[in-house]
Every structure is written in structure tokens, then in C-alpha cells.
Design a protein around this ligand. Sequence first.
Ligand code: EPU
Length: 337
Amino acid sequence: MIPATDVSLKELNTFGIDVKAKRFIVATQTEQLLNLLKEYRDDTLFFLGGGSNMLLTKDIEALVIQLAIKGKKILREDDDFAWVEAQVGENWHEFVLWTLEHDLGGLENLSLIPGQVGTTPIQNIGAYGVEIKDQMVECVALRIKDLELVTFSNKQCAFDYRESVFKNELKDQYIVLSVVFKLTKGKHNLKIEYGAIQSELDKNKITHPTIQDVSKAVIAIRESKLPNPKEIGNSGSFFKNPIISTAQFNKLQATYPEIPSYRINDELVKVPAGWLIEQAGFKGKRFGDAGVHSKQALVLVNYGKATGLEIAQLASTIQKAIFEKFNIKISAEVNIF
Ligand code: EPU
């Protein structure tokens, strides 16, 4: 297996940033990945999944290994549940649609999220009141230093809002190879309290929604707010929603009574970064080819030829402005390289 050299990554990251991988190879089988890791153990390696949660600011001076191992199947089922396994390289949305075709419930609110299955536990992806941690049973990950396969239970993943053990204590030490979800077969537990879902269902006069209806509603909401990466480069929410103290929130609310919020507990409140960014005047702004999406200020976009550095610069300008205006630090959800 000989890697290609100086390969453009433009089509392999959803921001559409045109940087090069010094060397590049695609892994489509676990055996092949293991062989690559043995053969290139002394090299600097960079693992690429769906490229949907990264901002590339420079050429990658490493051997880039694209994780493209595919496969999905129902492992077992009982009267109420099915245990479903998907491999790292499966496209997340196609996998969700496949579970819906099998009438399996639990992932419908996570429809249309870009990226691959293997990244979902790292990031604990979430949308419309559901996170991956709610349905994930376990995942199998490859320990890079000794090529051992290790099973992580849901608990061992130490999930939190857009966080897991793989982003923290075990950062860069494992490659998630496959993920198992426990999904409902008949008695689905619909989560439609999230405002926009209910109004989308109402709009379509759906009073007894199925999991497929919920998925369609989520797709419609996402399409109305979030830019399609195939048309305008982006990485979804660029920042995480900050979590602040109740005391700080109360002060803010006195000045901005309309501020949206989600209470976490008595002491902590999450506020939408999109709202803060809009208030700071950035929504819809464009600086060359880097910009802030006009329908959702949490999404930074590449209108065509922006460099990763220009987007990173815009992100840091926004962070400074939010800190000056609200005394709140917002941090990137996207990984910056
Ligand atoms: N808002 C504004 N202006 C904006 C954007 C949002 O005022 O430009 C307000 C909205 O009116 C609403 C609140 O902020 O009151 C929340 O907005 P929204 O429902 O769009 O959700 P979000 O908090 O901005 C999060 C996730 C999204 C996920 C949605 C729906 C994060 C960082 N982002 O966004 O996830 O789809 O909720 O559940 O938690 C992603 O991670 O890439 C992503 C798209």
C-alpha cells in the first residue's frame, strides 16, 4: 500500500478548505488499517473521518488515513429492542435512514447531521433534545499504541454536552471503529417537545407522528436553517453553547429579558451562542469569502475560496466581541488544525 502524495483535501472536509495532505491513503478494511498502523508506526498520522467537524488551517504534514470502513447490521433483537452496529465509515445520515427503513426508533431526531458514524461518540453529537449517548450501548475502539481493540461502555465514554473521554483524557489515543445502538422496535419514545419539531408537525397536520414523520420534520427544520455543505462550506455549529452561572444569567436577563436559555440545574444555565452572536451584530456578515450564516449565527461559512485561517480569524473576532459585550467565553465545537 503506497500512499498518494500532495492530495487536496478540499472535497474531504465540509468547510471545503483547499489544503493538502502530504501523504494520503484510504482504509476500507480493518485488516488494512491495522497493517497501515504497523507499517507506518514511526510516522506522524492524521485520521480523517467525514471531515464535518474540522477546520483545516494549513497543509497536513502527516500521513492522512481516511477511515472508510463500511458495514451496518442488526446484531440481535428481542420483542422490544434491536441492537444495531455500524462501522466507522458509514455516513451518519444514511445510517439513520436505514434504521428508519427497519422501523427502528431512537435516532430520528439526529437526522441529516453530516459526518460518519465513527465520530458520533467522540463528539456526542446531538440535536433536537437527543444526544448519541441516549441510544449508544457501546463502541469498539482501536488503541493506537498497541493496536488492541477495546470496548467502551456508554458509561466509560464519559459523555457530556458535545464531550466524551475521546476528546479529553484519551484524546488522540483511540480510533473508534464501530458503534452499537439500542433502538426501539414498536413502542417508540418520541421526543417532539423541542419547539420547532412540534410546529413543523402541526404545519403538516400530523397529530400522531411516526418516527419517520419526526425524521422528516427534523430534516425540514435543518434544511431551512443550516446551509448544505455541498453548496456552502460549513461545519454546522462552529461554537458550543456556553454554560454560565445562574447569577450571571440573572444579570444578563435583566438587561435582555428576551434571552433564550436552557436550565441545566439550580446553578447553571446554557445560553445559545447563536443568539449572542446575532446580538453582537455578526449574523449574515461576510468578510471576503468567510462569513456568518444568515439564518443561524452559530454557523460559520466558506462562500468559496476562504482559507482556514480566515475562518479561524473570524471565529476569534467573534469570540472577543462576545466576551466584551456579554463577559461570556464561547469555545469552538469544531476541531481546528
Ligand atoms: N438563535 C438566535 N439567532 C441565531 C441562532 C439561534 O437568536 O442566529 C436562538 C434561537 O432563536 C433559539 C436559540 O437561539 O431561541 C437556539 O437556536 P437553535 O434551536 O437553532 O439551536 P442552537 O442552540 O443554536 C443547537 C445545536 C445544533 C442543533 C440545534 C437543534 C449546539 C452547539 N448546536 O443549536 O447542532 O442542531 O441545537 O437541537 O449545541 C451542530 O452541533 O453542528 C448543530 C447544528
